[in-house]
Design a binder for this molecule. Structure first.
Ligand SMILES: N[C@@H](CCC(=O)N[C@@H](CS)C(=O)NCC(=O)O)C(=O)O
Length: 194
């Protein structure tokens, strides 16, 4: 198996990078020079025709045409890694719960954070419910940290970075989750700039 993860500085590639580091899965890291437009050049468009990162190549797996597997969309990459290399799913229920949280993070939560017109209405509502959900300090699914925690907590950890003016004091469990995330060595390694 040879996994290559393509990403850019301060990009959404940090999510699968964090997952790979946390699980100790070996991979090659390919940092694209996005300032210079490397993600729009032919070599990378062969990996992701939409020219966005992250993207993953797995030469140990084949697509239906027998070529090495190429994946784009951070959520799809995370779920593939969790399924194939993290061995997280032993039942359709576990898989469905993981999909639920990854889609929640990448669609519902990301929209509430990054789409300005939605932020005022959605942000307090989602944060209040998440705060309750996170209050016991346990992983989102079962007893062990997994892909659901990676997707949701990576988005929460963006908050102080992108929105330092946001008051998180009404959400102490969210604040504690952000602090615990930032203290994890694998998260710190994933956020490294090289
Ligand atoms: N929904 C996609 C979003 C991918 C995305 O927009 N990536 C940004 C970097 S964080 C990008 O590649 N931007 C370059 C561009 O759009 O030209 C995912 O989660 O993978």
């Amino acid at each position: 198996m040879t996994l290559t993860l393509y990403g850019g500085l301060r990009s959404r590639a940090s999510m699968p990078r964090w997952y790979l580091a946390e699980k100790g899965i070996p991979y090659n890291w390919r940092l694209l020079d996005m300032q210079a437009g490397e993600h729009r050049q032919e070599a990378f468009l062969a990996i992701n025709p939409f020219g966005k990162v992250p993207a993953l190549e797995d030469t140990g797996a084949q697509d239906p045409l027998g070529k090495p597997l190429h994946l784009f969309e951070s959520g799809a990459i995370l779920l593939y890694l969790a399924d194939r290399y993290g061995e997280e799913f032993t039942s359709p229920e576990q898989r469905a719960l993981a999909e639920q949280w990854v889609l929640f993070a990448n669609a519902t939560l990301a929209t509430a954070l990054f789409v300005e017109s939605a932020r005022e209405r959605e942000f307090p509502r989602l944060m209040a419910a998440l705060d309750q959900r996170l209050a016991d300090g346990h992983p989102l699914i079962g007893a062990a940290w997994g892909v659901a925690d990676c997707a949701v907590n990576a988005h929460l950890a963006y908050l102080p970075v992108f929105f330092p003016q946001l008051d998180l004091s009404p959400y102490p469990a969210v604040q504690a989750t952000i602090e615990a995330t930032r203290a994890r060595p694998a998260y710190q390694a994933a956020m490294a700039t090289d």
